[in-house]
Write a new protein. Sequence first.
Length: 440
Amino acid sequence: MMRDHEYVLRTVEERDIRFIRLWFTDVLGFLKSFAITPAELEAAFDEGMGFDGSAIEGFARLQESDMVARPDPATFQILPWRPGEQGVARMFCDIMTPDGEPFAGDPRQVLRRTLARAQEMGFTFYVGPELEYFYFASSSSTEPLDQGGYFDLTPLDIASDLRKRTVFYLESMGISVESVHHEVAPSQHEIVLRDTDALTMADNVMTARLAVKEVAQEAGLYATFMPKPVQGAFGSGMHTHMALYEGDRNAFFDPDSEYRLSKVAKAFIAGMLLHARDITAVCNQWVNSYKRLVPGYEAPVYICWARQNRSALLRIPTSMGGGGDIRVEFRSPDPACNPYLAFALMLSAGLQGVADNAELPPPASDNIYEMTVAERRASGIESLPEDLSEAIAAMQRSELVRTTLGDHLFEFFARNKLSEWEAYKSYVSPFEIERSLPVL
């Protein structure tokens, strides 16, 4: 840790860094920041930097508002979209109470706790998310920039340059990008981050979302991770590839087992299936999230697993990197979730399956969307919650979610999302005006 401190201090001096932004997220996954000067760096490492937590969603009440942001020197990076001279750097922070204890409302601490549980069981959790998003002319319009489709390369496609610049920014910050491409819907794109440990990846997701928006803004455009911004088009997901490792060995791989899935992998998948409804409110936390989770748009609706079937909630992608490269792809999360909380709950659900030696049901072999209700019922296939209200109800009944998030964060999250649902219920939408006003 001291070597990390010394590296940061030396780099700040050598590269003429004038401001260091301390980053953290609120409960809903919005990036928060305040800046310090190089003169404050040593004190920040030694004692942390105090701030008013009552102004941050889900942090603290006014009467207990003092919080301390302790920067993680391993996350130090220079921001490439700021000037090269007299530059700006960033570090992610862990939020502490004034007496030095981890703050119960800090999403990064929730993920740290869950990863510690995995480590006690002998595992490291690796994830690789696929972030989908849209480019629009502005934040007040959904007019597409192109009419491209999946993997299309269109002549004079401005988005190609935007994607390229985003990759340059991310790789200059030490974030490996596996691929980028045009997605199914017009003006929809995807960036695939190369898998790494879950805490680093949660930081990377927050950085990638900001980088995508910064690049779009530089071009006078707007990028959004809203799950379903365009009526009738495909929504944006964050398909997440997961694997447990024991040292350097993929704990999901067994060459002698059916489907090459180890006993650990099968129990992990079974645990996620058992708790899929419980964790949906966090993986899909907005009213708009459930406009994406509907049949017909490749988003998963039914709780089952498959080897190749993309209509399943969980699937086992074909390994292209050798026999031991076994991953489980979780297809329901969207890119507007809080990645710290989402990764924590994915891991917690899977670990519970491992701890309980949960039995994995047979894979779904058919297109689940084409099955009748009776066929799905006979196969034991349930559905994900249909809206945010149903998802919150499932979450509130879940001991696993409460234990993973902790009481403070669990209660705030539930209250906030129920408030969003109540506001949505009472909103008179353009759909109602268009359909009903002329005839009623």
